[in-house]
Design a protein around this ligand. Structure first.
Ligand code: SAH
Length: 403
């Protein structure tokens, strides 16, 4: 018999809407013993059982729901089912089917796949898993077993070094959970372009898979364009711009290792590297400063990508983040040639699409530019958003055309 979390009166409403987070302020008391990560049953104030969830005594998110079916047992078989379902959902979409074998594919997108605190990305025969909650931590062995069975992959590496683990009282941990390091670097193919992915020291699980479809879009817009790719990381957008026939690509990042990897990635694509070397520059700089320098130098571009890191992890950071977004978009607008395109993103959970669009509008206005929305942009289909969990929609973007 699992321990019971009893709610304050009225605090069951979000669970009725199937939102998987239960905040500490909703909880009246815990009946029975429960350690971090243990499964508890959530009950309304009048005693109705509502959900089974992972208990996390240190986090403001006191419990994360595993199942709204009170009869469901949370055990190895549960994880086997949920992981297999997540993998099958992707295989059922033509856009994603077979993607993990040669490209990169997000197999599990945490809450949006009914697996709070669990992220898994496949790069060929290797899966990289990130566990960020007490519940996920408790079920590590079951999750690894389920992933190996559902994918047939022989290697599973853990990258649980995200800061958010600290909020759950968990230490960072990384290492091989199944198999061992491959002898050669991991190389994926994305829309015909090869990219090496460093799963050990790269960002997140090694690569930003959420931008896959947007990189394809960029390739289709790039023919003959002078492209500026800000926050380029390992060159994903830059290489697609070259593949799409860009006249030149200037890529900026403040991370020297990321830029080295980007240059190495170009070299992995001899068809791009040989003919285009003189049109390509990888520049190590702070984007905030460099945009101003480019303007002062009288430079202009036909197509600019702004894909900065997360400025606002939560709504409490929204104001400072808004200033940062405004700044880079303002200076981006100033650098665009007439008719130019701005592809601009926010991956901040704390900045919604409405706010982001308002920031872009203010930036265009201050830059003295008229800008129109050509397309609203979002994460790839392997980063689904459960309608009951709008927080899952962290990546939003706009493709804007200026007059
Ligand atoms: N567009 C990339 C992902 C960008 S991630 C892709 O498709 O793969 C954000 C990047 O911004 C990281 O590589 C980080 O090193 C870089 N970065 C963070 N702050 C920066 C700054 N102030 N100036 C330049 N680069 C920065």
């Amino acid at each position: 018999m699992s321990a019971q979390l009893i709610l304050h009166p009225g605090k069951e409403r979000s669970l009725f809407k199937r939102h998987p987070w239960l905040f500490d302020t909703a909880v009246a008391r815990l009946d029975g013993p429960a350690r971090p990560g243990d499964t508890v049953t959530i009950h309304s104030a009048d005693g109705r059982p509502l959900a089974k969830a992972a208990y996390s005594p240190l986090s403001k998110i006191r419990a994360r729901v595993w199942s709204f079916d009170i009869a469901e047992t949370i055990d190895h078989a549960f994880f086997k089912r949920r992981v297999a379902e997540a993998v099958a959902r992707r295989a059922a979409l033509p856009e994603l089917a077979g993607q993990g074998e040669h490209g990169g594919l997000r197999l599990i997108h945490a809450e949006s796949d009914g697996l709070p605190g669990i992220i898994a990305d496949q790069y060929g025969d290797t899966v990289v898993v990130q566990l960020t909650s007490a519940g996920a931590e408790k079920w590590r062995a079951a999750i690894v077993d389920a992933l190996a069975k559902a994918t047939g992959c022989a290697r599973i590496y853990e990258r649980s070094d995200s800061e958010v683990r600290g909020l759950e009282g968990l230490e960072p941990t990384t290492g091989w959970l199944l198999g061992e390091a491959p002898e050669r670097e991991i190389v994926i193919e994305e829309h015909g372009v090869k990219l090496a992915v460093d799963i050990v020291v790269g960002h997140k699980t090694g690569f930003y898979l959420d931008q896959r479809e947007n990189r394809r879009l960029l390739a289709g817009l790039s023919a003959g364009k002078r492209v500026l790719n800000c926050f380029c990381y390992t060159g994903g957008f830059s290489l697609q711009a070259l593949a799409g026939g860009a006249a030149s690509v200037l890529s900026i990042d403040s991370s020297q290792p990321a830029l080295q990897q980007a240059a190495a990635n170009l070299a992995l694509n001899p068809q791009l590297a040989a003919e285009r070397a003189h049109d390509v520059e990888w520049r190590c700089a702070n984007v905030f400063d460099e945009l101003r320098r480019l303007k002062a130098a009288g430079e202009t571009f036909d197509l600019i990508v702004l894909d900065p890191p997360k400025f606002a992890p939560s709504a409490s950071h929204a104001e400072r983040a808004s200033r940062a977004y405004k700044d880079i978009n303002l200076h981006g607008f100033k650098l665009l040639s007439p008719g130019g395109l701005l592809m601009t993103y926010s991956c901040s959970g704390g900045v919604g699409l409405d706010l982001f669009q308002k920031i872009a509008a203010a930036a265009a206005c201050d830059a003295g530019r008229t800008a129109r929305i050509v397309k609203r942009l979002q994460g790839s289909a392997d980063h689904p958003v459960d309608l009951a969990f709008p927080e899952g929609e962290y990546l939003k973007g706009l493709l804007l055309q200026v007059a």
